[in-house]
Design a protein around this ligand. Structure first.
Ligand code: F6P
Length: 550
């Protein structure tokens, strides 16, 4: 009964029989302990696992039974998840509120694939841009691309924010091992001038290239930083406007604004409105990544994405990694009332992965209305957060182990270290296993007492356990593996959005603050006392700031 493309049903999710069955089932098993589940089924640890495209998912330490899984899969089926997956891959305009196709999957489609948007195959354009990016990257990396004074480029600064920053930063950090160590890569995003000042303070403008990355080329932060970069570069290069062509390139969907800024469109790398900002790291937005790791590695990353895309598109839900992870997230979010998911990569290079996931998950699924504009009757988008292990263990794990909140965790680890040093890697992985074991099984009062703990101290040393986790294992962090991992979360987010029947691809929630800031800027900058018509708190803060900045 789709009134508009993509709206499969307008029946509130909570009113569906399968949702009610899940709610009843939750009541039955909410107190069931993982100790019991493992004791009852010695094969659980091998049975509740799935492996695909080189990623191994152990989801046995979740508070689920076979019946839970069967009901969750039924929920996915009755939510027409497969139809929605097909619609996305086909290029249907599933981003209803912006009337756009959602085709980040086309960015990693092989050269001979066909994906149609409004009757046009977009794959040739995707590869044409990738080829231009590769040519440019090779020229910068080899030193053939010279700066205005004839020096080679040694520093690359990506200027962008949100999806035009978080993906590039995360990928650069994640793949640093594969990057050209003779070059410096920095990322400027914040409107806070400190971000720009610190990024350039030790750099020579004649060796510095700016990549201005913005889908719209109108974003306040990016355009302000881009203009500051222009001034800095010109000042360091004798004010010759011709130098811009050698030190600035743009990545955008908006050729008109790029030209207005003063960047020749021959130095512009294009992408398209069917690529959402937070899904754009493998479009031209990844240009800094490609310069850092080289075109071959970049293509390997795209191949990783594509393998996970194909897995997601074609695999039965029971073995489908993103579907399983998405459903588990629904289970904790909507039935256990868990507010958050902790993502804990045991890989130092993935230190920015949780920050990247925050935009991917929360900008996508932080929605309060369904596709047909009705208020949702269940919680949507959980809060994603995390830090790499083992650092987090000495910080917030206390709360995960013994606090009063339920925090489902995703542990991510690799069998082979990129920097094998003595016993470090075995110790790292021992900690992954130990943490998930401790979270699941805990330590009873009897066990604590049996260790000779004084009675008064016993309650403090008890670990309740029954704290759920997924463990995701891969062989090694490579460009290809990173692609698989990111696509895993992208499609898990999609799965959740489909079940909640929300638009995972718009982001109206960021608009109001942007508009209000535009109104307040002149009030802060005005030489004379501006008439203020905000609420009394906002008026007061503006007045206080104006006085104290004198
Ligand atoms: O914060 C909202 C947002 O639109 C994000 O979705 C996007 O990634 C970011 O701003 C940057 O936008 P742009 O690439 O157009 O500068």
């Amino acid at each position: 009964m789709a009134a508009r493309a993509g709206v499969i049903t307008s029946r509130p999710t909570v009113k569906r029989q399968v949702w009610k069955d899940l709610a009843a089932h939750y009541k039955k098993i909410e107190d069931l302990h993982l100790r019991q589940l493992f004791a009852d089924d010695p094969t659980r640890g091998t049975r509740l696992t799935a492996e695909a495209v080189g990623l191994y998912l152990d989801y046995s330490k979740n508070r689920i039974t076979d019946e839970t899984l069967q009901l969750l899969i039924q929920l996915a089926e009755e939510s027409h998840l497969q139809d929605r997956i097909d619609a996305m891959f086909r290029g249907d305009k599933i981003n209803l509120t912006e009337k756009r196709a959602v085709l980040h999957t086309a960015l990693r489609a092989p050269r001979d694939a066909s994906v149609f948007v409004d009757g046009k195959n977009v794959v040739p354009e995707v590869h044409a841009v990738l080829d231009r990016m590769a040519d440019f990257s090779n020229r910068v990396r080899s030193g053939e691309w010279k700066g205005h004074t004839g020096k080679r480029i040694r520093n690359v600064i990506n200027v962008g924010i949100g999806g035009s920053d978080l993906g590039p930063v995360m990928a650069y950090e994640a793949l640093k091992h594969y990057s050209d160590r003779n070059m410096t890569f920095r990322f400027v995003s914040n409107i806070d001038g400190t971000d720009f000042a610190e990024a350039v303070r030790d750099l020579d403008p004649s060796e510095t290239l700016f990549i201005i990355s913005s889908k719209t080329f109108t974003t306040l932060e990016t355009m302000t930083n881009a203009h500051t970069a222009r001034e800095w570069s010109l000042a360091g290069l004798g004010g010759d406007e011709k130098s811009i062509a050698k030190h600035f390139v743009a990545v955008s969907t908006n050729a008109a604004e790029v030209t207005k800024f003063g960047i020749d469109t021959s130095n512009m790398f294009e992408f398209w409105d069917w690529v959402g900002g937070r899904y754009s790291m493998d479009s031209a937005i990844g240009l800094s990544t490609m310069v850092a790791i080289g075109p071959e590695n970049f293509r390997a990353m795209l191949h990783g994405f594509h393998q996970m895309d194909e897995h997601f598109r074609t695999t039965p839900f029971q073995q489908n990694l993103p579907v399983l992870m998405g459903l588990l997230s629904i289970w904790y979010n909507d039935f256990f009332g868990a507010q958050t998911v902790a993502v804990l990569p045991y890989e130092q290079y993935l230190k920015r992965f949780p920050a990247y996931l925050q935009q991917l998950t929360m900008e996508s699924n932080g929605k309060h209305v369904t596709l047909d504009g009705k208020t949702v009757r269940h919680d949507t988008g959980p809060i994603y957060w995390g830090e790499p292990g083992t650092n987090g263990q000495h910080s917030f794990y206390q709360l995960i182990h013994q606090g009063t909140r339920l925090i489902p965790c995703d542990f991510i680890a690799f069998s082979k270290a990129l920097n094998p040093l003595g016993r470090h890697h075995d110790m790292l992985i021992a900690n992954v296993c130990a943490q998930t074991e401790a979270l699941a099984f805990g330590k009873t009062a009897e066990q604590v007492a049996a260790e000779g703990t004084p009675k008064w101290l016993v309650p403090h040393r008890v670990f309740e356990g029954n704290r759920p986790s997924n463990t995701i294992l891969a062989e090694q962090l490579t460009p290809e593996t990173l692609g698989k991992l990111v696509a895993l979360y992208e499609h898990s987010v999609f799965t959740q959005g489909v079940i909640w029947n929300i638009d995972s691809f718009d982001q109206w929630g960021v608009e109001l603050g942007k508009v209000l800031a535009q109104r307040i800027i002149p009030e802060l900058e005005s030489k004379t006392e501006p008439p203020l018509a905000h609420d009394s708190s906002t008026n007061n803060l503006i007045t206080y700031y104006r006085k104290s900045k004198q």
